[in-house]
Design a protein. Sequence first.
Length: 95
Amino acid sequence: MLSLPTFGASGCVWPVEQMPKFLEIMIRLLWPLINYAKAVQEIIIKGRSLSSVITNIWQLVLYGIVWLIIGAFLYKRAFATTDERAEMSLLEQYE
């Protein structure tokens, strides 16, 4: 069910630059596949060097780091003991 939208939004079917501006911004921020697909196209299909897609690689690394931090926070919060949860709620009241 998600395969077709994922494939279409990754830039494989048509260039992302030709999509409406708000959709292009949303895809670039929320969809990491665009960076992967662009790197694969440039290297494998066009035969370019790794240095030509270094920005795409860094965007993927940054995306992974951000979601790792968010996931670690949510994991810690989900499995916190009741004392830790009470402490977290007290801290949230003062923010």
